[in-house]
Design a protein around this ligand. Structure first.
Ligand code: GLN
Length: 543
């Protein structure tokens, strides 16, 4: 394969303009034209990865097959492209410095002063080229986190400047800006864009393409003005208008011919019109649902919806698979108690209890699960949600009132969830959980087996605690089945209830694997069960 081409995506004016969605949408169009594409995110913070960050700081921590804890934008990349990302697709300033400092200690720079330029910038450039050099990708899109002008993103912009110089027409720079509408003057304003491009120019980077976020259409006249002030062709001033759904953006970018402009600048053939048939069918169903269901998402980061990004997106995919709109009701686990649980949860067609860490809101989660179990409401528990389902069952069905996870109560006489053996010695927090993809064998005849339609699956993990196999027989005797087991170490990965229409808890995170093209079967079947519940129909366990 010829050497890879590189596209750098920067953002200006404000944060949260949607660089991740634009990068994923462009990648989708290029993939649709037959190119192999990957997207990488460079994050300018000092944490080595976002695994140690509280979700309030930075939203969900996404996990790749190879066990990287990453920025949530990688979830968008996978959901759009339907191809897995890896450790190499997310790099932070912390990781860059860690690598350079480790090399310095090993003596690699012996005698030299180690500096931001060239050592840090060289390491950034190496990480950018790494994906291109695998030979797997024709185009590598690198999204630079943060906003141009931030002190912390300076080394990244400098690396982009150097790479553009080295790579010539094999690299281009795409800059995302805001064109705000000022109600007082009744106009869209271009000045913030001009300033943002000027900030980039001061750092030596001339953007080749400008993507202008706006809440209304940008007229040809305004496009010409932006082109004139920013030294770009007028056809490279792309409008990105606010969309109803993030999944509209690839088609909006196609209408603006972003893919054509990019390929022309990179001197690559257009090959074919983007194959977007499946995507359009998905959008058609998304916009024209035949049914509706109401599903409660019980968690403790409810104020910040980004904390459960992949779960929310998985419900969109699963809704489309069932031609129904999933209305998510976000319910704070700290606000659920025995007195109010019925009033809070009884209108729901399904209940999902979210992943999490620590004690806060735990009793609310357990109370919600009891309600789902006793009222035959379809239930899906993910990671901590599964662990809570096990605790609830131990307390209220088996009768061990003090049952708990040792994460919350190390002294419980019934530690039904306990720390994994290999975790006991670990004291360092960063990157030390059980992370990434592990195999799981499904027991024939169980709901889990029916959901997946096969015996061997593999799913992504992020946890330290596990089902305590010492108690497995008691659970099985009382009606909770371990329907999915890791074949290598016997860890229980899935539990389900015999006497309930649809009650499944999974130790892994199915939400990390759901994509537009492949909605995750667990979410799809859970929504189907909720739909049946909403129609008061019998929920069919096996299909
Ligand atoms: N806190 C639990 C554990 O570490 C669950 C983690 C999670 O929900 N991701 O095992």
């Amino acid at each position: 394969m010829a050497s890879a081409k590189y596209i750098f995506v920067t953002g200006g004016v404000t944060s949260s303009l949607g660089k991740g969605i634009i990068s994923a949408s462009l990648a989708k169009l290029l993939q649709g034209r037959g190119y192999s594409v990957t997207i990488q995110k460079l994050d300018p913070y000092i944490n080595v990865d976002p695994g140690t960050l509280n979700p309030y700081e930075h939203g969900e921590c996404y996990v790749t097959n190879d066990g990287a804890e990453t920025d949530l934008d990688l979830g968008h990349y996978e959901r759009y492209l339907n191809t897995p990302t890896s450790q190499a697709n997310n790099v932070t300033t912390g990781r860059i410095y860690q690598t350079v400092i480790n090399k310095e200690r090993e003596g690699e720079f012996l005698g030299k002063t180690v500096q931001i330029i060239p050592h840090i910038t060289d390491e950034i450039k190496r990480r950018v080229k790494l994906l291109g050099e695998t030979g797997q990708f024709e185009i590598v899109i690198t999204e630079i986190g943060g906003t141009v002008g931030d002190i912390e993103s300076l080394p990244y912009i400098e690396a982009v400047r150097q790479l553009k110089w080295e790579l010539g027409s094999s690299a281009l720079s795409l800059h995302l800006t805001l064109v705000p509408y000022l109600a007082a003057s009744g106009e869209l304003k271009t000045k913030p864009t001009q300033h943002s491009v000027k900030a980039l120019l001061e750092l030596g980077v001339q953007p080749d393409i400008l993507i202008c976020r706006a809440d209304r259409a940008i007229s040809p006249e305004i496009r010409r003005k932006i082109a004139l002030f920013c030294n770009v062709n007028v056809n490279a001033v792309i409008e990105s208008i606010d969309a109803d759904s993030i999944y509209d953006v690839p088609l909006l970018m196609y209408k603006e011919q972003l893919d054509k402009v990019v390929l022309n600048k990179l001197k690559l053939p257009l090959q074919q019109e983007p194959a977007l048939e499946q995507w359009k069918i998905f959008l058609g169903k998304l916009k024209n649902p035949v049914n509706e269901v109401k599903i409660g998402l019980v968690g403790k980061y409810i104020e910040l919806k980004d904390a459960y990004k992949s779960i929310a997106e998985s419900f969109i995919h699963a809704g489309v698979a069932n031609e129904c709109r999933v209305n998510l009701e976000w319910i704070h686990s700290e606000k659920i108690d025995q007195e109010n649980v019925a009033s809070k949860l009884s209108g729901l067609n399904g209940i999902l209890v979210a992943p999490g860490f620590g004690d806060r809101g735990i009793e609310g989660k357990i109370t919600a699960i009891r309600f789902a179990r006793e009222n035959n409401i379809p239930f899906l528990g993910i990671c901590l949600g599964m662990q809570c389902a096990v605790i609830e069952f131990a307390r209220n069905v088996i009768g061990w009132k003090d049952a708990h996870s040792t994460e919350m109560n190390p002294d419980s006489r019934h530690p039904v969830i306990d720390i994994m053996e290999e975790q006991k010695k670990i004291t360092r927090k960063g990157g030390t959980m059980r992370l990434g993809e592990y195999p799981c064998a499904l027991q024939k005849g169980t709901r889990a087996f029916n959901v997946y339609g096969k015996q061997k699956i593999s799913e992504r993990h992020r946890h330290r605690y596990e089902f305590n196999n010492k108690f497995l027989k008691d659970f099985e005797d009382a009606g909770m089945t371990a329907s999915g087991i890791n074949p290598d170490n016997n860890l229980v990965e899935i539990v389900e209830l015999k006497n309930h229409p649809w009650f499944v808890g999974v130790q892994f995170h199915p939400e990390y694997k759901s994509t537009v093209e492949n909605p995750h079967p667990l979410f799809a079947r859970f929504v189907k069960a909720a739909l049946e519940k909403s129609r008061n129909k019998e929920i069919v366990a096996t299909e």
